[in-house]
Every structure is written in C-alpha cells, then in structure tokens.
Design a protein around this ligand. Structure first.
Ligand SMILES: Nc1ncnc2c1ncn2[C@@H]1O[C@H](COP(=O)(O)OP(=O)(O)O)[C@@H](O)[C@H]1O
Ligand SMILES: [Mg+2]
Length: 227
C-alpha cells in the first residue's frame, strides 16, 4: 500500500540544509497497524504528514498503491488526501463553531458526498460511537475524550483506506486513551490500515509493528509476530 524509498526531508536553515528525515525506507501493507515511536523532534509528525500528503519529501520516492505521490500535482495530491486518508490529531482540530454532527460531516462534504447520504452516514457514526445525544453540542461543551471521539468519527466518516493518527491520546487520561486505542483496534480489525504516532509503550503495542525513529532515521523495527 505504502512504499517509501530513500526519503529525505530538510529545511534550509541559514543557507544550510537541516535534515529532518534521512534515508527513510519503509513498506506498509494494506491492513497493517503501525506504531511510530521516538523522542520529540525525531521527525515522527513530519513522516506522518508526508505519508498523509500534507507535506512533501525533498528527495526519494513515495508510492501509494501503484501511484507515485512524489511527483503529483497539488490538485491531485489534495484529491488523494481527501479520498483515501483520514487524519486524527493530538489537539483534535475540531471546528469550534460547528456542532458535533457538522464537524463529522465536513470530511464527507470535501469528498463530494450528497446531502442525504451524508446525513445517513453521520447518523450511523453517531450511533456507533454512542454520541447521538451530543450531536448538537459544540466541541467546547465536550470532554477531551469526547472531542477525540468526534475527531476519529470525522476521520473515518469518509471511509478512508488509511487512518493516520498523530499522538491521538496525547491529551487524554489513560482510561480515555485506552478507549480510543480499542476503537482504533476495532477499525483495524475491520480492515482500515492505521499508522499512529505515540509516546506510550502500552498504546504502541496495539500496533502490530513498531517503527522507532531517532534523529530522522529509522532506528529499529520490532515485529511482535516474530517474538
Ligand atoms: N516548518 C519547519 N521548519 C523548520 N524546521 C521544522 C519545521 N517543521 C518541523 N521542523 C523541525 O523538524 C524536526 C522534527 O519535527 P517533527 O516531525 O514535528 O518531530 P516529532 O513529531 O518527532 O516531535 C524538529 O526539530 C522540528 O523543529
Ligand atoms: Mg510530533
């Protein structure tokens, strides 16, 4: 599904190149659940953003299925992002002025789903996440865990092939964090490919494979199944 070959990312800093990602080579198959770990500043978010087409590598090749992402035109890139990818952020990134239901609906609007169908999908998701009673509330009226539930609901409403989560439990209590992780596991069991960034060893183990980044390089990979 995802092939990253010799990916480099740098920023120009005082006429010098500051490398954030160095020679990243990763292959991820459909249906995998990957955890990316590593110290702050290791390049985890940058890597996730490149995979999610929110950022671009300076060197190397990125293939998503058979399509080369590294030379896509901006318009195509946005299309791929909207049609195939769902993003969950640590800080939820919900729209304050929109209700829970409207927030969830946004990803479907971007994808061009018709109004009637949108409402049916949103109703299903509210039901599945047991937040029907919250649908007309605004983000500020919810707890952190509930806001993140809405963030996930929004991310999966459009049925993305790939779900990318950047420290999705970073702002949550461990109990709420576990609830979110169990939800991710359920989605993965249903076939969604998931890549999460986490600092939490317990939550990292929800993934079937852990990729550790350090100073922009892949440090070591551990495959649980081999143990
Ligand atoms: N737009 C940018 N310009 C310059 N440096 C950046 C930019 N974005 C990120 N960085 C740097 O890249 C490094 C990796 O960032 P990031 O991918 O956010 O790390 P992580 O998510 O692992 O904490 C950090 O040192 C950060 O300061
Ligand atoms: Mg980060």
């Amino acid at each position: 599904m995802i092939t990253l070959n010799n990916i480099f990312k740098f920023y120009n800093h005082k006429s010098q190149k500051a490398y954030i990602l160095k020679d990243i080579n990763i292959t991820i198959g459909e249906g995998e659940f990957i955890s990316i770990m590593g110290p702050s500043g290791a390049g985890k978010s940058t890597l996730l953003n490149i995979i999610g087409l929110l950022d671009e590598a300076n060197e190397g090749e990125y293939h998503f299925f058979d399509e080369k992402m590294t030379s896509l035109k901006e318009k195509k890139r946005v299309e791929y992002h909207r049609n195939f990818m769902g993003f969950i952020f640590q800080a939820y990134h919900l729209i304050d002025e929109m209700t829970v239901a409207e927030n969830i609906e946004t990803s479907l609007v971007y994808k061009g789903v018709k109004c009637k169908e949108r409402q049916a999908i949103v109703a299903d998701i509210l039901d599945r996440f047991s937040i029907v009673g919250k649908k007309d509330l605004f983000p500020a009226q919810l707890s952190g865990g509930q806001q993140q539930l809405v963030g996930i609901a929004r991310a999966i409403a459009a049925k993305p092939k790939l779900l990318l989560a950047d420290e999705p439990t970073g702002n949550l209590h461990s109990e709420q964090g576990r609830m979110i992780m169990n939800l991710l596991k359920e989605l993965n069991d249903e076939g969604t490919t998931i890549i999460q960034v986490t600092h939490n060893e317990e939550f990292a183990n929800y993934g079937k494979r852990i990729i550790r980044l350090k100073d922009g390089r892949v440090e070591k990979e551990s495959v649980e199944a081999i143990l």
